[in-house]
Design a protein around this ligand. Structure first.
Ligand code: FAD
Length: 487
């Protein structure tokens, strides 16, 4: 994925250090055999495999702090890991890595739920879906929602500043946080676990660690914001004229729903077919043969009072108007929870479906919402010019200007052959996105995969600021070395 492997510290784990680690985390917290380490050194896509002296699984902030301090004293590198569902290789060690993978899965306690203050204090190893369920048990809502929610962990979500399907309304992961606790590369603990909405006391340090992909420290706890639980939800599946119509629909949906649009996902027919082909139990919500679709959801925290118009009625009226305007060609409103789940299942299983289909390329990019149709037209032209038989299946969080500009390799082409086209296609896509004022990584981060791309597209000034911060906090470069930045 990158031109050359970056230089990383490769101090091996000595027998004495292994003993010290065992004394801190116990026998169960230390994995040293190759078979046990294998899932922690392989990325979700199965594309990257790294090295590790050991996997360490601490059970408390105190243990994380002791482990990190020990590594700091010996110059041993650390790769923090949550659910290992990241798509850029940030949680996968480099092959030359001889230090530890620090896996947060044992730190999985919900420490406090405050329904009155709309806040929840949690450990970093809590699985996202468990936190959504906990909030719901208190009649509250944690809006972070993504396809990997059954296995990704909140520490990983915050470290990648994850997006997902409700950013449009609630913002991305960093907007859902009031406070953080972080173990710094020295082993010191920064206690910023404050549940305050207002706190203008100098630099807002928590934002340094969110989106840093584990390069500046280890997030051990967080105070998350909660919202009122949705009580009236309507999900609809729309066959639409084209991506330009999607923007018309979205812009009018805000007012028509009384500002209750919670998701707006664009899907190409090819993307839907991919999910239907590979994900058991999915059904096509609409038998239409058009190239573009929208998954639109409106939700309100107000239960629909008897005899009044709720989200469904408002959606129905809206879709009738949009049909008349020619933006919508056909539509289905979910009548049951299982119909709504099926629609969401298709959207959220996309990463899994593409993995099952075979070799592919995917670009997680963003441009201003209004420029998405233009980007799609020009981007497809540029990529098909390089490899005419590549199979596009674009989709994305169109409400956030975030496109997963995705392609399956030509039928029968193996990974190695497709990789020969990767550099040229990447350059074409990222040049285009940059020329349109967009970002080469909207929500998945940089990790290993986009190391060279960040270096190529960000200014020297911007890279210098990032390197200065990194060196100030981690002068030995032991914290997730060789990720995000080349030092
Ligand atoms: P990991 O993969 O374990 O780690 C990710 C990065 O964070 C690594 O750099 C790691 O070193 C660092 N890290 C992990 N935990 C900590 C910690 N406690 N402290 C410091 N650093 C840490 N992403 C989106 O944004 N939106 C989506 O819609 C989306 N959909 C997805 C769907 C599927 C099916 C899959 C497989 C992935 C999807 N992703 C999506 C990507 C991924 O799920 C997110 O990036 C997620 O936030 C990663 O969480 P994780 O716990 O798996 O982190």
């Amino acid at each position: 994925a990158v031109s050359s492997e970056p230089t990383i510290p490769t101090v091996p784990l000595s027998a004495r250090m292994r003993e010290s680690l065992r004394a801190i985390v116990g026998e169960k917290g230390l994995i040293e055999d190759d078979h046990g380490k294998q899932p922690f050194v392989t990325d979700w896509r199965g594309l990257l495999v790294g090295g590790a002296g050991a996997v360490v699984r601490p059970g408390s902030t105190e243990e994380v702090s002791k482990v990190v301090r020990l590594c700091h004293e010996h110059g041993v590198a650390i790769v923090p890991q949550g659910g290992n569902t990241g798509l850029m290789g940030g949680a996968t060690p480099w092959p030359a890595h001889t230090g530890i993978v620090l896996s947060m899965g044992r730190m999985n306690r919900v420490l406090d739920v405050d329904p009155v203050g709309y806040a929840m204090t949690v450990e970093a190893g809590c699985v996202l879906q468990t936190l959504q369920e906990t909030a719901s048990q208190h009649d509250r809502f944690l809006p972070l929602s993504l396809g990997a929610q059954g296995s990704c962990m909140i520490g990983g979500n915050l470290s990648t500043n994850a997006g997902g399907v409700q950013v449009l309304r609630y913002g991305n992961a960093r907007n859902l946080v009031l406070g953080l606790e972080v173990v710094l590369p020295s082993g010191d603990v920064w206690d910023g676990l404050r549940a305050l909405k207002k706190d203008n006391t100098g630099y807002d340090l928590k934002h340094l660690f969110m989106g840093a992909e584990g390069t500046l420290g280890i997030i051990t706890k967080a105070v998350l914001k909660l919202w009122p639980a949705p009580k009236d939800v309507c999900t609809a599946w729309l066959a639409i004229r084209d991506p330009r119509a999607a923007l018309e629909i979205l812009s009018e949906a805000h007012a028509a729903s009384e500002d209750n649009v919670s998701s707006c996902e664009l899907l190409s027919r090819a993307a839907i077919d991919l999910a239907l082909r590979h994900i058991p139990g999915t059904q096509d919500p609409l038998k239409a043969d058009t190239p573009w679709y929208l998954l639109l959801e409106w939700s309100s925290a107000r239960a629909r009072p008897e005899g009044t118009e709720g989200m469904s009625e408002k959606m129905e009226q809206f879709l009738t108007d949009q049909l008349e305007a020619g933006h919508v060609l056909d539509a289905a409103i979910a009548q049951t929870v299982s119909q709504s789940r099926n629609m969401w299942h298709i959207r959220e299983a996309m990463a899994e479906a593409s993995r099952a289909e075979g070799p592919g390329l995917s670009f997680d990019v963003s441009v201003a919402i209004s420029r998405i149709p233009d980007f799609i037209d020009k981007g497809l032209e540029a990529v098909l010019d390089i490899l005419p038989s590549i199979r596009p299946y674009p989709l994305g969080h169109i409400g956030d200007g975030n496109l997963h500009f995705s392609f399956m390799g030509p039928t029968g082409m193996d990974q190695q052959t497709l990789t020969q086209y990767k550099a040229a296609i990447t350059r074409a896509v990222n040049d285009l996105v940059t020329s349109m004022g967009g970002s080469i990584s909207a929500e998945h981060g940089i990790g290993i995969d986009k190391l060279d791309e960040l270096n190529h597209y960000r200014s020297k000034t911007e890279l210098d600021i990032m390197r200065t911060i990194k060196r100030a906090l981690d002068p030995q470069n032991i914290m997730n070395p060789g990720k995000v930045l080349r030092l």
